[in-house]
Ligand binder design. Structure first.
Ligand code: 9UX
Length: 72
């Protein structure tokens, strides 16, 4: 099984920020892929439900120094 969630990221000001956020998400157990769009500041995350959830993802992004919430 697999699900996707979209997160709204705040605080990214350069392309290195994008990679840092992607890495913080991709490193999490249960995350299959993480793609951040710099133009929209949104992260599209594919993950395994039951292995991880959005709140853990948000915490990881915040630990990396950015803000995150569920996208509208
Ligand atoms: Mo470069 Mo993006 O220091 O914060 S990684 S601006």
């Amino acid at each position: 099984p697999e699900a996707t969630v979209e997160l709204q990221i705040e605080g990214m000001t350069c392309a290195s920020c994008v990679r840092a956020v992607e890495k913080s998400l991709a490193n999490l157990t249960g995350v299959l892929s993480a793609d951040v769009n710099f133009a929209t500041s949104k992260a599209l995350v594919r993950y395994v439900p039951g292995a991880i959830g959005p709140q853990e993802m948000i915490r990881a992004v915040e630990d990396a120094g950015y803000e995150a919430r569920l996208a509208d």
